[in-house]
Design a protein around this ligand. Structure first.
Ligand SMILES: Nc1ncnc2c1ncn2[C@@H]1O[C@H](COP(=O)(O)OP(=O)(O)OP(=O)(O)O)[C@@H](O)[C@H]1O
Length: 286
């Protein structure tokens, strides 16, 4: 598997610095006649884990899709120092892999064949997979403890097992930037931790960069180096989890009544029943 350093631009190789994995400036996206992203700036350093949070409809998935080149956006987006617009489809697929919120599962497809699809950018057009593609697929299945499922239809796996297969396909792609849209969606708390620990381990082992969206705020804050709070298609806060997961910001942008307490690995967000907007009077945080 290639490392983040392999994706350096020529100038970066010469200067010895690593270009940021993502530099997005003034990104605007309109869908169905409505402005969904309205001037978003986002930088993700190589090797960093950044999680985008925000209320339903804030534009999180849209931002992820724009970064992944899956929909047209104005403004500028660079991946590892190369303008996104200059990356062809196959070239982009070797740099960035997206795990969608609900990936389409081809009917009856076996786990092995699904993960092998991740090797498509390395196969000649209309050509067959090589021995190297098959070996890479076996290696990823083994790495993610999925070998025993190789011949099973993907549709028969549990939610947690399936999530691991989606990650496996992204890893087989050999991309160093992982875009994860709600990777813990529909997983129980144990499987949420298992999947995020796995992503973090892979990040360290393979020098990956992670840009994710998540709704589970406490667990999101435990894994992210930085968080970006999106609301109404704009970035309204960004920084380390402690700077973003505050009672004030969550009350303002989620209309949520929460208490935020210090945890060993980041702030813990506890929902508190009661009228929105009265947390400072009835539920002091400090
Ligand atoms: N093709 C489309 N046409 C029109 N509007 C769209 C289209 N796709 C998305 N939208 C709208 O864009 C807004 C942002 O959607 P997006 O999926 O990015 O939000 P999100 O923050 O990921 O939400 P959630 O937390 O609910 O997953 C929503 O209001 C959605 O209805």
């Amino acid at each position: 598997m290639s490392s983040g350093a392999d994706k350096r631009s020529g100038a970066d190789k010469r200067s010895g610095t690593v270009a940021p994995a993502v530099v997005a400036a003034d990104v605007r996206v309109s869908l169905g006649g409505a402005r969904i992203l309205d001037g978003v700036d986002l930088t993700v350093a190589a090797g960093e884990w950044v999680t985008i949070i925000g209320p339903n409809g804030a534009g999180k998935s849209t931002l992820l899709r724009a970064v992944g080149g899956l929909l047209p956006a104005s403004g500028s987006i660079s991946l590892f120092g190369t303008p996104s617009a200059k990356l062809g489809r196959r070239e982009r697929a070797r740099v960035v892999a997206t795990v969608a919120q609900s990936p389409v599962i081809p009917n009856g497809m076996a786990v092995f064949d699904y993960v092998l699809l991740g090797r498509t950018p390395y196969m000649p057009p209309l050509g067959r997979e090589s021995a190297a593609d098959l070996a890479a697929t076996r290696e990823v299945l083994d790495r993610l403890d999925l070998t025993r499922f190789a011949d099973r239809a993907l549709s028969t796996l549990s939610g947690g097992e399936r999530q691991r297969v989606f990650l496996a396909r992204a890893l087989a792609q050999g991309a160093t930037l992982l875009l994860l849209d709600e990777p813990t969606n529909a997983l129980d708390i144990g499987h949420q931790q298992e999947v995020l620990e796995l992503v973090d381990q892979l990040r360290h082992d393979h020098g990956l960069t992670v840009l994710a969206t998540m709704h589970e705020l406490s667990i999101a804050g435990e894994y992210a180096d930085r968080m970006v709070l999106l609301a109404g298609g704009r970035v309204v806060a960004a920084g380390p989890p402690r700077a973003v997961l505050t009672e004030e910001l969550l009350a303002t942008h989620y209309r949520a009544r929460v208490r935020v307490v210090d945890g060993a690995h980041g702030p813990l967000v506890v929902p508190v029943r009661g009228p929105v907007g009265q947390q400072s009077r009835e539920c002091p945080s400090r």
